[in-house]
Write a protein that binds this ligand. Structure first.
Ligand code: PHE
Length: 476
């Protein structure tokens, strides 16, 4: 059988069963800890309303355009990230490899937080809520501890390995279908509780009345990085998902739906948390503990029902995290399978073995290893900042340059209109954004962020890694 035919046949087998299946999978990758855990605490640390407005601009101008571009390249080539770049030019292989590296490093801290979520299912059921006053202290004691968070992290990572080793379809998709809506419903429920607390208005003001004086170059970089992180962009994840997408699907509409769902989840989480936070008289800028401290406090006032709801909330959060982290592990695995010719199982085991080590370092960096610094930050922050503020943003910029300057405009138009059968009215707008505006905007934001940030050496290290990858592109 000729090669192309073989590929077509294979692709048909792997296509998403239905459009809703695809949207749920892509939204499953996007909606995760980034929305519920990270977005609220970044909003808290960056002054509230102004951050949200900048974030929304990043999402709908940069993020949505990049998502459309990733879907387009994925479906056009029917290949996962690295292969998609490579099929155009070997010089570009590094951009795909950078994506796999980003996935790898994000998996150096994501499972630590996934483990916290899992632990909180059990903690909710076994008495965490019985003394609301100590919830905050209990959280810091937990994450700075040595063995307990490690055990939960390993269980969480093991779940990922189990799922990815058997192929992503099946169990996890079904779990996602039930638990994602549950998460939305619970968030809405929490919002009602939260805003009805006395003093809640202050929280809403914090979210919706921007204080522009707090905005700096750093705020923009934080918002941009968060947009990429939350939408699973800049690392080839959505290229891979696009490669499974049916030729009849409308790419830009799917991208718009996924982007909107992801943004709604983030905003709901913020609206659920901040009114209660202000009502409880807590600090908005309290960092990564936010959701783990505020949500249990809200439920603590509700007796046995609260215990149950809190447990369900953390189950839903864990599953949302899982549907994201399996997509991260899958990008790394796909790289090893496609480029290094490994079999699926060894690829999953080898990459997760290294991830465990990174995660152990990350987890311990919050406790016993807090004195150990890499470019001025602990391991947890090292992996977090390196990926989110450098690799994903630069990955997105590379993709925009690649699509804007190295892929033929007619090809893009053909793919986005399904060979002229569907309309894409904003094609010219999208094309100019990708070709000119986004690369320049990311460059400006990256430079001003790098200059405003304390971790200049870390930023330079990240850029150096990218340059080295680019030099050795043909070997990757
Ligand atoms: N988008 C996921 C989240 O918000 C994290 C993620 C980033 C997943 C990049 C895949 C790729 O939690």
């Amino acid at each position: 059988m000729p090669k192309t035919e073989q590929r077509v046949e294979q692709k048909q087998r792997e296509n998403w069963g239905s459009r809703i299946g695809f949207i749920l999978a892509a939204a499953g990758s996007a909606i995760g800890l980034g929305n519920i855990w990270r977005f609220p605490y970044l909003t808290g640390e960056n002054g509230g309303g102004a951050f949200i407005i900048i974030y929304l601009a990043c999402v709908f101008i940069v993020g949505l355009s990049i998502m459309i571009a990733e879907f387009t390249i994925g479906r056009r080539t029917s290949l996962a990230a690295v292969g998609a770049y490579k099929s155009y030019s070997r010089r570009w292989t590094f951009a795909g490899a950078l994506g796999a590296l980003s996935g790898f490093f994000i998996m150096g801290f994501y499972p630590v937080v996934g483990g916290w979520a899992l632990a909180y299912v059990f903690k909710s059921l076994t008495g965490l809520l019985s003394s609301p006053e100590t919830i905050g202290d209990a959280f810091s004691a937990f994450i700075t501890g040595t063995y307990e968070p490690l055990i939960w992290m390993v269980i969480y990572l093991a779940l990922n390995v189990f799922i990815v080793a058997r192929g992503v379809k099946g169990g996890i998709e079904t779990a996602g279908k039930v638990l994602m809506p549950t998460l939305f419903v619970l968030l809405v429920f929490i919002i009602f509780r939260s805003v009805s607390l006395e003093g809640a208005v202050e929280g809403l003001k914090f979210l919706f009345m921007p204080k522009w004086e707090d905005v700096s170059g750093q705020t923009f970089l934080a918002a941009l990085g968060q947009a990429f992180f939350s939408l699973s962009l800049g690392m080839g994840c959505m290229i891979t998902y696009g490669s499974y997408l049916d030729k009849k699907e409308n790419l830009q509409r799917n991208a718009a739906i996924v982007t909107t769902m992801d943004t709604c989840a983030a905003l709901l989480a913020a609206i659920a948390i901040f009114p209660a936070l202000f009502a409880f008289g807590m600090e908005p800028a309290q960092g990564p503990g936010l959701v783990f401290v505020v949500v249990p406090q809200i439920f603590a006032k509700m007796g046995a029902l609260g215990v149950l709801l809190s447990a369900i909330f953390f189950v839903a959060l864990t599953v949302a995290a899982l549907t994201s982290s399996v997509s991260l592990l899958e990008v790394v695995t796909a790289y090893l399978i496609d480029e290094k010719k490994m079999d699926r199982k060894p690829a999953v085991y080898a990459s997760s073995a290294v991830m465990i080590i990174l995660c152990i370092l990350s987890s311990l960096s919050l406790g016993v290893l807090s004195g150990v610094k890499l470019f001025g930050v602990g391991f947890f922050d090292f992996f977090d900042i390196l990926t989110d503020k450098i690799f994903l943003a630069i990955g997105g910029m590379l993709l925009a340059i690649f699509v804007g300057w190295f892929v033929k405009k007619e090809d893009l138009k053909d793919e986005l209109t399904n060979g002229g059968t569907v309309e894409f009215k904003l094609f010219e707008v999208w094309y100019n954004l990708i070709k000119y505006v986004i690369p320049v905007a990311i460059a400006i934001i990256a430079v001003s962020g790098i200059m405003a940030i304390e971790q200049t050496s870390l930023m330079l290290f990240g850029l150096a890694v990218i340059v080295v990858l680019a030099i050795f592109s043909k070997k990757l």
